[in-house]
Write a protein that binds this ligand. Structure first.
Ligand SMILES: Cc1ncc(COP(=O)(O)O)c(C=O)c1O
Length: 376
């Protein structure tokens, strides 16, 4: 097949849809933590928090065990709970909705914008009620939501903005890193994310009170370990220095990861440019996007995905629209035409920073073979 074996331990000849880029620096940092025997949250976690806050351009960062717990903390820290509605996009990973439910509030769905696949501000306006307390845009696939419009709506209606930046590491809106634009943001470091700590998440905010509340919630109702008098009933959503070791190593290669991901999407675009039946999302010129996933729109993503799978190429359908999730059956009765259309056409191609040019050319050739085109 002409495909090289690459970092990541996958079967020879198989191009995964996504894999992390792990190397010597991760091993070195991990060995340091193991040798120190300080495995739980400690100095490395605090260093990772500081460096991540610097990346986002905000005052505080709070590491948590995953972004689902982190989003829950963000909502609780803002006082969002029973009786409140939180407007979220219909097209997102299910954790966005679940975090709202676990906070005791009601998720209300807005349709998406077809250029960015992100929450559509016009649809948000339509969904605002007297119970709306927060807006939770998602920066889907590394493309910022229209934060100018979202923040303006929030200001007009007195709402708070929680950014679900789980997929947004490296993405900017009007030159500002996502996750630092609303009252609070939350990133994920799950294994398939732009940078990974295996599992993990980071809350980012300029607001000291939000930071303090998140610290209390994540750490059994106290701000520091080592005290056993608890003034609040909290959870254990703590990070570990093992994860921080990975995170610090990943940050050292972030620029390289972003560059490789951006180059990959350019090569995909060039290789597929002659195919009118393959479309790339238009994007938003105000956003400096990072293709967490490289996405295309085709008439039959299921059939193309099946063909690519036979050729040893991993792909993924877009996130299943929330209003169609079996676990949420009957919760939302409205129509979401843009989400349905985009979901019906969307396919995520191999998107790892480890992808080689040969692999991308091979994937594109297979797409052309399927669509009945000549050799590249
Ligand atoms: C949009 C979105 N929100 C939240 C999450 C939850 O992140 P985690 O897996 O770290 O809990 C994810 C994870 O993929 C996500 O994609």
């Amino acid at each position: 097949m002409g495909v090289k074996k690459h970092i990541g331990g996958h079967e020879e000849g198989v191009i995964p849809q996504i894999e992390p880029w792990i190397g010597e620096e991760e091993l070195r940092q991990l060995a340091e933590v193991v040798e120190s025997t300080w495995l739980i949250e400690g100095e490395k976690t605090h260093l990772f928090e500081m460096k991540f806050a610097e990346l986002v351009g905000c005052r505080h960062a709070v590491a948590v065990n995953n972004a689902t717990a982190g989003l829950y903390c963000c909502l609780k820290a803002l006082g969002v709970g029973a009786g409140h509605e939180v407007i979220i996009p219909d097209l997102t990973f299910i954790a966005t909705a679940n975090s709202v439910i676990w906070a005791g509030a009601t998720p209300v769905l807005a349709d998406i914008d077809e250029n960015t696949f992100n929450i559509d501000p016009a649809s948000v306006e339509e969904k605002i009620s007297s119970r709306t307390r927060a807006l939770m845009p998602v920066h889907l696939y590394g493309q910022s939501a229209d934060m100018e419009a979202i923040l303006a709506i929030a200001r007009r209606h007195g709402l708070v903005v929680v950014e679900d930046a789980a997929q947004g590491v490296g993405a900017k809106f009007q030159d500002r890193h996502v996750g630092g634009l609303g009252a609070v943001g939350c990133f994920s470091f799950y294994g398939n994310k732009t940078i990974t700590t295996g599992q993990g998440g980071m809350i980012t905010t300029d607001d000291e009170q939000i930071q303090r509340r998140c610290l209390i919630l994540k750490n059994h109702g106290r701000t520091e370990k080592g005290t056993f008098i608890h003034h609040h009933i909290g959870y254990n959503f703590c990070f570990t220095d093992l994860q921080a070791a990975l995170g610090l190593a990943q940050l050292t290669r972030l620029d390289h990861i972003l560059e490789r991901k951006r180059n990959s999407i350019e090569l995909y675009r060039a290789c597929l440019s002659e195919l009118e039946t393959v479309r790339f999302p238009a994007g938003d010129p105000r956003c400096d996007a990072v293709p967490w996933f490289t996405n295309i729109l085709v008439d039959d993503p299921g059939a193309l995905g099946a063909h690519l799978s036979k050729a040893g190429v991993g792909t993924r359908r877009f996130f299943h629209p929330l209003h169609r999730q079996p676990c949420y059956r009957g919760r939302w009765s409205e129509e979401f035409p843009t989400t349905d259309r985009v979901y019906g056409q969307g396919l995520s191609l191999p998107s790892s920073a480890t992808l080689t040019e040969d692999q991308i050319v091979f994937v594109c050739q297979e797409i052309k073979n399927f669509l009945g085109f000549k050799k590249l």
